[in-house]
Ligand binder design. Sequence first.
Ligand SMILES: NC(=O)C1=CN([C@@H]2O[C@H](COP(=O)(O)OP(=O)(O)OC[C@H]3O[C@@H](n4cnc5c(N)ncnc54)[C@H](O)[C@@H]3O)[C@@H](O)[C@H]2O)C=CC1
Ligand SMILES: O=C(O)C(=O)Cc1ccc(O)cc1
Length: 292
Amino acid sequence: MAVARRLAVLGVGLIGGSLARALRRAEAVGEIVGCGRDPAHLARAVELGVVDRAETDPAAAVAGADLVVLAVPLGAMRAVLAAAAPALAADAVVTDVGSAKASVIADARAVFGRIPRWFVPGHPIAGTERSGVEAAFAELFEDHRVLLTPVAETDPAAVERVRRMWEAAGAVVETMEVAHHDAVLAATSHLPHMLAYALVDALARLEGHEEIFRYAAGGFRDFTRIASSDPVMWHDICLANREALLGMLRRFQADLARLADAVEAGDGETLLATFRRAKAARDAHVLGRGGG
Ligand SMILES: NC(=O)C1=CN([C@@H]2O[C@H](COP(=O)(O)OP(=O)(O)OC[C@H]3O[C@@H](n4cnc5c(N)ncnc54)[C@H](O)[C@@H]3O)[C@@H](O)[C@H]2O)C=CC1
Ligand SMILES: O=C(O)C(=O)Cc1ccc(O)cc1
């Protein structure tokens, strides 16, 4: 089913590239125009067949497009949207894929002086620790959730178009209130990334860290995979979702301090109770066992 005549993807990396691949595979779009800063990366995106045509100027990329996806790091959203704004077609629907939503909405308000009715904030809850167009694949969003966070000004017809786009890419779309989205993602995604980065950094700064990493077991690899994620992207997410993330970090600090106290005091009961609670919660909610 066609979702766009011409799709413009601003930022042809892991997410923009995967979306382009998925929509092409579904034969859901006519032409796909990619936009980025680096001509070499763009040439590669064309060579790989991810986009049909590439532009380094966002205005040139969105000209004549009826669907525009902003897929740049959060810190670049405002500048890219501002550069594209003068060339947006009257019938264009614009959406984004940023990992935090209030900041992108503030960016749209800053660029247009209000939240445009055709702007639909969105976030695919799917990704990997890799980045760049080489890492993009069409199946990335299959059976994964995409959260759309429309505001009072958003046109329901625009939300519907973006919903159809993600469904064509194989995703399951839900809507969520903006602040709630940012609070939930701070807990489930942003905090875990901070913990993985902090753990690897702490160990990497220990004397003899080569030996420590050499003997790291599977659990360490599982827990720290996401510390290989792009530092600039995560710098941007932390700063864009500061308040919600800080709340989770402070809460976690207090819980970790309680665990340290239990270790210091030899308080096995507290340790066992914590581990049992965590195992039951993970088995139920993450593994889907035990009625989660
Ligand atoms: N990586 C992930 O797992 C997920 C990322 N996101 C969000 O998706 C967005 C993109 O992330 P990825 O695709 O992972 O990053 P990426 O690094 O793979 O791709 C970003 C692309 O944007 C381009 N870019 C950066 N600054 C630019 C600028 N000023 N002007 C034009 N192009 C620019 C880069 O050259 C690159 O091609 C971010 O906002 C991120 O928060 C959302 C869900 C998952
Ligand atoms: O690699 C992983 O496991 C991720 O958690 C990917 C991811 C990164 C950022 C998002 O906003 C959503 C998903």
